[in-house]
Ligand binder design. Structure first.
Ligand code: SPD
Length: 279
């Protein structure tokens, strides 16, 4: 017997028809569930908010990862904060030049549930270049003595409850501390349609820190409104300049990302342009 699972998100509701609940657990931080659905295959939900699905995760993870990776200069050290389902590190580790990918995930339960029930998303857990640490990402970027990173990717939950701190200026500042001078920071920056204030405030905070801050957009059907954004930030690199050789090698293996997608995603709709002009 199937049943309906409903996400309530900032005044919207999205229901998915669930055929089987595969995992339901609670950590010190949040509830974690994995279920199989008719429309999108297996889905991970944290605190009853949809995080990723087998059907559309490639859009989100390829777009979070490759614009930053292919515009950074020869990235060898990459930091991922969050991303416990394993999709982002999977995409990072498709870049053969990466020597070390450190993933900081506060909640071990997310990784445990994902490794067991989302094996088609997290396919790189056993890559020897991956170092997964179950610690607080904010503490890490504020205090770590580790060498700086060429690329940092923020793959957190939404800025509600525990995820809120991941959108604070102080956190972005600490991330910059861990970035090489010509490094690139990439983050998921929510839906500009529904979380308009958060989206523009985030752009403002990042603009105060980086020479170039470029939001980019695509549709992710699982997420509220379907209209999603990510943001590319750097002091020295250009978001339009892809490393041609690395892009040629990577793109044939992508399901969503290619050169046209890269350049098109950075096009700003007028409501975004106007909002940015008012910052
Ligand atoms: N409203 C959903 C936002 C989800 C952002 N993070 C997704 C994690 C996927 N790796």
């Amino acid at each position: 017997m199937s049943h309906w699972y409903e996400e309530t998100f900032h005044g919207t509701r999205l229901s998915l028809e669930v055929t089987e609940t595969l995992f339901a657990g609670k950590s010190a931080f949040q509830t974690v569930e994995v279920f199989d659905t008719k429309p999108y295959g297996r889905v991970l939900a944290i605190d009853s908010v949809f995080m990723t699905s087998e059907a559309d995760e490639f859009i989100y993870h390829e777009l979070l990862t490759h614009p930053a990776m292919l515009t950074a200069r020869d990235p060898k050290r990459v930091l991922v904060i969050g991303g416990g389902d394993g999709g982002t590190v999977r995409e990072v580790l498709r870049h053969p030049g990466v020597e070390a990918c450190v993933m900081i995930e506060i909640d071990e339960l997310v990784v445990r549930a994902s490794r067991e029930h989302l094996p088609r998303i997290g396919t790189a857990w056993d890559d020897p270049r991956l170092d997964v640490r179950f610690i607080d990402g904010i503490d890490y970027v504020k205090k770590s003595d580790d060498a700086p990173y060429d690329v940092i990717l923020l793959d957190g939950t939404d800025p509600i409850g525990p995820g809120e701190v991941l959108f604070e200026a102080e956190f972005f500042e600490a991330c910059k501390r861990m970035l090489t001078p010509d490094g690139v920071l990439g983050l998921q920056s929510e839906t500009p349609m529904l979380l308009r204030d958060i989206f523009f405030e985030t752009q403002k905070k990042l603009r105060a820190l980086f020479g170039s801050v470029q939001p980019y957009f695509a549709g992710v059907p699982l997420y509220a409104t379907g209209s999603w954004s990510w943001t590319w930030c750097s002091d020295q690199r250009d978001h339009r300049s892809l490393d041609d050789a690395r892009a040629d090698a990577l793109i044939p293996g992508c399901r969503y990302y290619n050169r046209d997608v890269h350049h098109g995603a950075f096009a700003q709709p007028n409501y975004v342009r106007q909002g940015l002009a008012e910052l």
